[in-house]
Design a protein around this ligand. Sequence first.
Ligand code: SAM
Length: 208
Amino acid sequence: MVGRLGSAGVICDAKVRRAMLAVERHLFLPDSMREVAYIDRPLDIGHGQTISAPHMVAIMASMLDLSPGMRVLEVGGGSGYHAAVMAELVRPGGKVFSIERIEGLARTAKANLARSGHDDVVQVLIGDGSKGLPEEAPFDRISVAAAAPDVPEPLIEQLADGGMLLIPVGGALSQELMMIRKVGGKIIKKKVCGVMFVPLVGEHGHNV
Ligand code: SAM
């Protein structure tokens, strides 16, 4: 799968390629889904949610230019797969805080990350990630895997200077992936491309 994504020009960054190869996606899915685990598509993980498509994980990880030692906030942890790929990139010395609002998914993600060997880097938390995680801020990078109506203000506040935030913004029919950079206290927002994510539900997200 990683080879195919490389040939298709989706993975151009060698460190992202290494990270994608190091994380076995089938470990983040039930055993009954092993046969489809390496198809480049979002897949059902229960509770009406999906594991992200590998090409989207690779694109987001490349854009965030993750490197060892960084502190990362992930909003919408789902299965834990995307967090594991980011963990590979911030090792050694880095940390990924992954917030998931659905308790059952967060528990499974924790177990998945333990069996894939990423629980030393990734801390899974249950809660409304649209509010960020003020007690662990600031973050060098923030990666959001659910679409918000607007960029949540707390996430911008919790971004370190020089930091980057990647977030899908929009509704059920149309969304844009947005890159937000904080440079010298100034906020620079840029549209990246059209995407389709599940909604970010919470205080600074969509209503339930
Ligand atoms: N990247 C994940 C993976 O690889 O498995 C998949 C993420 S899935 C597309 C989006 C997740 O965001 C869902 O699990 C959903 O429950 C979660 N979510 C939605 N709103 C949230 C919020 N306010 N805080 C935390 N998680 C949220």
